[in-house]
Design a protein around this ligand. Structure first.
Ligand SMILES: O=C(O)CCC(=O)C(=O)O
Length: 345
């Protein structure tokens, strides 16, 4: 960066900070079905988030006076199938301290097996390859990452149940300090191929900036040892980042070492069914698997749908997902298409 830019850039980020607050307020005033974030607004948001890792959360708190999201009641959170209610506080504290928390209890193995079978059966898109979606070619993968669309992810009733879990929503709302909306789910395989595509496959450290204030939950659907490309985080960077790292984009291990953060790097190895909460505004990455593949299911909760484009998945809802939608329509508002009868003709 030139000397001129070095002086001007912090000022521009402040301007983009103020512009983003106004853009979020405009977004929230539009009917949800018409609300869109434009390219310039998205750029302004991401640039303002260079100020510090907490900038997005600060904008969210300032801009959102009344929220379109929700907070599950205690009673709802206690019905969680996966999370022990008594662990919620520990999770929120762990997140505040480290930016990451691994839950004590894993998902039941029969549930994980059915989820994994679904992730093998539905179409997956080979990242970087111009090929139509097809079931993940497990015995002969061609690229390093295969992504499954939300509609196909939600083909699994177990994944619907996990992604609508009220305890996960409650943790997100408590941690972010605002009502939340389930804004994204993702399901993908990483393989031993494609080490040269590290940036494209999210195998270099980065911060997520698709929304202002959000929390992700990752669940391993395969056993993940050091050779299966574990999810990896730099503890504490959800709160503070050295100035050299406070820019959008990918960062290699050398850079993390050079700023003295290597002793904070945590490789999250764990058996299938383990799930964890991660504030991915902190530095994180996957690692390229070196021995065998890895499958991850992810659900995200955000305080607003401002930011990246929003998907509205359509699927056949499970009995539990139907009940959750009835109880938490604001949190699960993106699912409305799954509960609306298609119009005749
Ligand atoms: O695969 C992983 O563990 C991390 C993926 C990631 O950070 C991303 O998709 O942005």
């Amino acid at each position: 960066m030139s000397e001129g830019n070095r002086l001007v850039e912090p000022l521009l980020r402040r301007i983009r900070y103020s512009k983003t607050i106004k853009a979020v307020q405009r977004f929230e005033q539009q009917p949800p079905e018409h609300a869109r974030t434009g390219g310039q607004e998205f750029y302004d948001m991401r640039s303002a988030m260079d100020i510090s890792p907490s900038t997005g959360k600060a904008i969210s708190r300032r801009a959102l006076r009344s929220s379109r999201g929700g907070i599950p009641t205690d009673e709802q959170a206690r019905t969680s199938t996966f999370v022990d209610y008594s662990e919620i506080d520990a999770c929120v504290q762990g997140l505040r301290r480290d930016g990451v928390y691994v839950f004590q209890r894993a998902l039941p193995s029969d549930v994980v097996t059915r989820m994994r079978e679904s992730a093998l059966a539905v179409p997956a898109t080979a990242r970087g390859l111009d090929a139509p979606p097809a079931p993940f070619p497990r015995s002969d993968p061609q690229v390093g990452r295969y992504d499954i669309s939300e509609n196909d992810t939600m083909a699994s009733p177990e994944m619907q149940d996990y992604c609508s879990d009220p305890a996960l929503a409650m943790i997100a709302a408590r941690y972010l300090g605002q009502p939340v909306i389930q804004d994204q789910t993702a399901l993908w395989w990483t393989t031993t191929k494609g080490a040269e595509d590290a940036a494209m496959n999210a195998w270099l450290f980065h911060q997520d900036r698709d929304r202002l204030s959000f929390l992700k939950f990752f669940c391993y659907l395969t056993d993940v040892g050091p050779a299966n490309g574990p999810h990896t985080v730099v503890r504490g960077t959800h709160e503070r980042l050295p100035r050299e790292l406070a820019t959008d984009g990918r960062k290699d291990d050398e850079l993390i070492r050079s700023v003295g953060l290597w002793d904070r790097v945590i490789e999250l190895t764990a058996p299938a069914g383990t799930f964890m909460a991660v504030d991915t505004v902190g530095l994180h990455k996957g690692q390229p698997p070196v021995e065998a593949d890895r499958c991850v299911l992810q659900v995200e909760f955000a305080t607003s749908l401002f930011g990246a484009p929003v998907d509205y998945p359509v699927f056949t809802p499970s009995a539990l997902a139907t009940e959750r939608y009835r109880q938490m329509p604001q949190i699960l508002q993106r699912w409305r298409g799954a509960f609306t009868e298609p119009s005749a003709g």
